[in-house]
Design a protein around this ligand. Structure first.
Ligand code: FAD
Length: 410
């Protein structure tokens, strides 16, 4: 017989999604256990946050500790294509909500969150991997493998799967489904910009568009490091050298706005490559489990929505799981799946319209309509559930319609 321990709620994964769930549940005195495959600090991608996640960190009681670490503040975002610039300032956005957030090296950021949760008495088992799950009994039972190779079991009343691209329950319960979005891939690394321009040029997250479907990110951090990455259709990367460092510099040489700026900096690590980024699932919850963050759905990095969705779903799932523990019967379909899908649908429209060029026509228009810009800015800030915003409410058609007017002008 394998050794078995018991907990009320088991969280798989100690990324932002799992830590926001844990923060909320710990504040409500729930008995918790977190199982995390890696040792922290560990690298993770997803370094540019959007303001909506601040609400979620605040509700999980994590904002103060993050604030203490002095991460680079992010007040907006800039998009550049040739000589055209579209810049968004979150303080100008339509409706309520946070005006700023952070750009973070995720190794440090996620470590800050995990240490805080541990310091509040939550048991996080690092270097411990969930390898199997059995939902056929009254309570779910998962098998975990420890660092020394030994296995044991955890029986929980509810499981929140926040395992990111590990996608533990989608894989074990056959819940994976192809995304409806086109397949893109990404290559990225860090550099240390020893001579970084002062002010905006050295602080503002910037996206340089090389071709309609190909773009580059520049994300400076407060620790002197900078994240550089490319996102493009998977086959775009085939034209470059087989050596990842050589090919990365070949891609860098294609930049226009940033031409020459990074040529003399060694890469901090061999560029990492994630192929076929978009992920989906058949359902977001089931009997005694919920999928959150990337374990549930991931669209595309272009609007930096990943951590916001991860924390939004982590918080929601935690609230409903708490109700379930208290003997209530939460409406997982309406209050979790439908709610999350509404937000996902809005961002899916923006991702589609980014890659078909319509949104880029709006972003790079010489004299953008200021009201439209405010409303789009609120979407970019992550406020995608505000039905007062026409760019949320009519997300399926409005971008195409506005772009058509712009295209007729030209
Ligand atoms: C190229 C690219 C660029 C991106 N850029 C951005 C961006 O700028 N901004 C943004 O917000 N998002 C971005 N994202 C998305 C972002 O990376 C994710 O949405 C976010 O990290 C999801 O958080 P999470 O907590 O769900 O998962 P993660 O942060 O990945 O955490 C999951 C944790 O689960 C653990 N785990 C996995 N398997 C197991 C297992 N079997 N047992 C136990 N533990 C396990 C992992 O070790 C990991 O620590 C980007 C994604 C990509 C691919």
């Amino acid at each position: 017989m394998m050794k078995r321990e018991f907990t009320d709620i088991l969280i798989i994964g100690a990324g932002p999604s799992g830590m926001v769930s844990a923060g909320y549940l710990q504040q409500h005195n729930v008995q918790l256990k977190v199982v995390e495959k890696q040792q922290f600090p560990r690298f993770s991608i997803g370094e540019s946050l959007i303001p909506r996640c601040m609400d979620n960190f605040a509700e999980a009681g994590l904002l103060e500790i993050i604030e203490k670490h002095g991460f680079q503040k992010k007040f907006g975002a800039r998009f550049i294509k040739d000589d055209k610039v579209g810049e968004f300032d979150f303080s100008q956005k339509f409706g309520e909500g946070w005006d700023w957030t952070w750009q973070v090296p995720r190794a440090d950021f996620d470590h800050v969150l995990a240490k805080e949760i541990q310091s509040r008495g939550v048991d996080i088992a690092f270097e411990t991997e969930v390898t199997a799950a059995d939902f056929s009994n009254e309570n779910p039972v998962v098998t975990i493998q420890h660092k020394d190779g030994k296995q044991s079991e955890i029986e929980a009343k509810f499981v929140i799967d926040s395992s990111g691209f590990g996608r533990v329950l989608p894989k074990l319960l056959d819940l994976e489904q192809a995304s409806t979005l086109e397949s893109h891939s990404s290559v990225f690394t860090h550099i240390e910009e020893t001579i970084r321009p002062q002010g905006k040029e050295g602080e503002l997250i910037t996206f340089e568009v090389l071709e309609t479907q190909v773009w580059f990110w520049y994300i400076p951090f407060s620790n002197g490091k900078t994240s550089l990455g490319f996102v493009a259709p998977t086959e775009w990367f085939d034209q470059f050298d087989k050596d990842p460092e050589v090919s990365f510099m070949q891609m860098i040489s294609k930049l226009n706005y940033y031409k020459g700026r990074f040529d003399n900096y060694p890469l901090e690590f061999i560029p990492k490559n994630i192929k076929h980024i978009a992920k989906s699932v058949k359902c977001l919850y089931g009997d005694k489990f919920a999928l959150t963050g990337n374990s549930a759905e991931f669209l595309d990095p272009v609007f930096s929505s990943g951590v916001s969705f991860a924390t939004e779903s982590g918080l929601r799932a935690a609230k409903l799981a708490l109700k379930e523990l208290n003997g209530e019967q939460p409406d997982w379909q309406a209050d979790y799946a439908d709610y999350m899908k509404e937000g996902i649908a809005v961002f899916s429209s923006y991702v589609r319209d980014w890659y078909n060029g319509d949104l880029q026509d709006i972003f790079f228009h010489k004299s953008p309509n200021p009201e439209f810009k405010r409303q789009i800015c609120a979407v970019l800030a992550g406020y995608v559930w505000n039905m007062d915003n026409p760019f949320v409410k009519k997300h399926e058609r409005i971008i195409g319609a506005v772009a058509k007017f712009i295209q007729l002008e030209n």
